[in-house]
Design a protein around this ligand. Structure first.
Ligand SMILES: [Zn+2]
Length: 509
């Protein structure tokens, strides 16, 4: 997944595997006495449940009765989740007109990365108009999903009312203090993303940029390298070998065994993802490889996910379920290794600029777009607590949220983004946005430790990956890197890395 084209659903489908037992067992395990649980998890067959049971028990006081839990789960199938399905149905059937052709939204979305500004603008306005025609329907969907969640949280909070962000943090296996430090430090550093956007605008001779320029490709250098799939695997494997020979051999093995479906064939789906089998524990990658540098980075990204799952393949199944916040660690790490290798072998300023562009584009997405989604969702949930939120109000909230983060770096804001972006209508979980920012900065933070630990780093990194299913993010970093992610300093160090790469882009413009 190249950073800006955030996959929906996530490019690492392993992260959405359910760790929850069915309601009766879940309620039983969560309510049981501590003494009973201690005995239970000493049983070698059940020891793998230790973390997931103990983590669930942190919300012991939010449990309903078994009958109520079954009712909530049962009703949600045709209640809550139907609203998510309705959105998917709508997104799959809406059409818009671009260059006198009627196209579906997926096609229009691809046209947003056209080199022609005219086509990008037409595609963006076409998508906007299509959603405007259904604005009230999407407003009903968002009100229903968020209204359902608020009512459920209220019912669960009879003993102790829970803040909606605390609930999300529990799902993400992070502390609220960590989320606050992440968002606050990012907000203080929003100028880094804004500078990246301005620099990209200079490359394109567009100042300031408009929302339809956000996916614009960099101008292609005449000497831009075109990679064969074999050359890409070589390049990625060599970059991985900088960390450890096993990781390089793994990339080669994935290709040799045919576990990467990358040949451009007719009627392929867009996007890229990593998935896998439970038995035998083998990863698979889907993507479309056409030789661009961006394709090479996507390949590295997905191989990073595959490596994460590969190093965990001997662990008991329940110890391999990691949260969304930790799901992008290995992928972005692998992408960074390959980006550094590409930069080292780039021979002309144009080639260097093309790589720096990818960095800048990631900075804009993660430091501005993702946080704007987070701010909007907070506003939405808070407004929904007061009553139904109409489409016009949603538009205003989205404008304000973009203004809060992008400020003057964009000429205008995408006020229909609440309808066009699928993530707000995912019924399974809310706040499916900050985990991306977390993963991006978290991964860079770990990458930054390479020099400090030298030869010992690889073992440390592998152990850290293996522990992602049995630790909260705080414990993981404290235990392996002796740092506290509840403190702004950890995030500030990652942001300093982004700042350096944005400076590089600025210098090349
Ligand atoms: Zn990914």
């Amino acid at each position: 997944m190249p950073a800006p084209a955030l996959a929906n659903p996530p490019c690492n489908s392993w992260a959405l595997r359910s760790v929850k037992p069915p309601p009766p067992l879940d309620v039983f395990l969560t309510r049981a006495s501590e003494a009973f649980i201690q005995v239970l998890i000493t049983d070698p067959d059940l020891a793998e449940l230790r973390f997931s049971i103990q983590h669930s028990r942190k919300l012991k006081d939010q449990l309903l009765t078994v009958t109520e839990e079954q009712l909530v789960t049962g009703l949600a199938v045709n209640g809550l989740h139907s609203w998510g399905n309705l959105y998917t149905e709508l997104a799959g059937t809406l059409k818009c007109t671009v260059e006198d052709n009627e196209v579906g939204l997926a096609k229009a979305f691809n046209l947003l990365s056209s080199p022609s500004r005219e086509i990008r603008s037409e595609a963006w306005h076409g998508v906007k108009a299509a959603w405007e025609g259904r604005a009230e329907t999407v407003a009903v969907i968002l009100n229903a999903i968020n209204g359902w969640r608020l009512e459920e949280t209220k019912q669960r909070g009879r003993q102790r009312p829970l803040h909606y962000l605390d609930k999300s943090c529990h799902q993400s296996r992070i502390d609220r203090a960590t989320l606050d430090a992440l968002m606050e430090t990012t907000y203080q550093n929003r100028a880094i993303g804004q500078r990246a956007l301005t620099a990209m605008g200079k490359v394109l001779a567009i100042t300031p940029m408009e929302p339809w320029d956000l996916f614009a490709p960099p101008p292609v250098a005449n000497d831009a390298p075109v990679f064969t799939f074999e050359a890409a695997i070589d390049l990625v494997a060599n970059a991985f070998r900088q960390l450890t020979p096993e990781m390089g051999d793994f990339a080669v093995m994935m290709a040799e065994k045919g576990w990467i479906d990358a040949q451009p064939t007719p009627n392929r789906s867009t996007g890229a993802y990593c998935t896998g089998f439970s038995e035998p524990r083998e990863p698979r990658i889907f993507m479309t490889f056409e030789g661009s540098m961006n394709n090479v980075l996507t390949l590295a990204h997905e191989l990073g996910h595959a490596w994460h799952n590969w190093v965990m393949r001997d662990l008991p199944r329940y110890e391999t379920y990691y949260s969304m916040t930790l799901a992008e660690t290995a992928s972005i790490f692998a992408e960074t290794l390959v980006r550094d290798a590409l930069l080292a072998q780039a021979s002309t300023p144009e080639q260097k600029r093309a790589i720096a562009w990818e960095d800048g584009s990631a900075a804009v997405t993660f430091l501005l777009n993702i946080p704007a989604r987070f701010t909007f969702e907070q506003k939405l949930v808070e407004a929904r607590q007061q009553g139904f939120v109409i489409a016009d109000v949603l538009k205003g909230m989205m404008r304000d949220s973009w203004q809060h983060w992008y400020e003057d770096s964009l000429a205008s804001y995408d006020e229909m983004f609440w309808a066009s972006k699928l993530h707000f209508s995912i019924s399974q979980l809310g706040f499916y946005n900050y985990p991306y920012l977390f993963g991006y900065l978290f991964s860079l933070g770990i990458y930054a430790q390479r020099e400090r630990y030298g030869a010992a780093f690889n073992d440390l990194y592998t152990t850290l990956l293996r522990d992602t299913g049995t630790h909260t993010a705080e414990d993981l970093v404290q235990q392996h890197l002796q740092q506290d992610i509840r403190q702004p300093a950890f995030w500030q160090a990652s942001l300093a890395i982004v700042d350096r790469s944005v400076r590089q882009l600025e210098a090349l413009v």
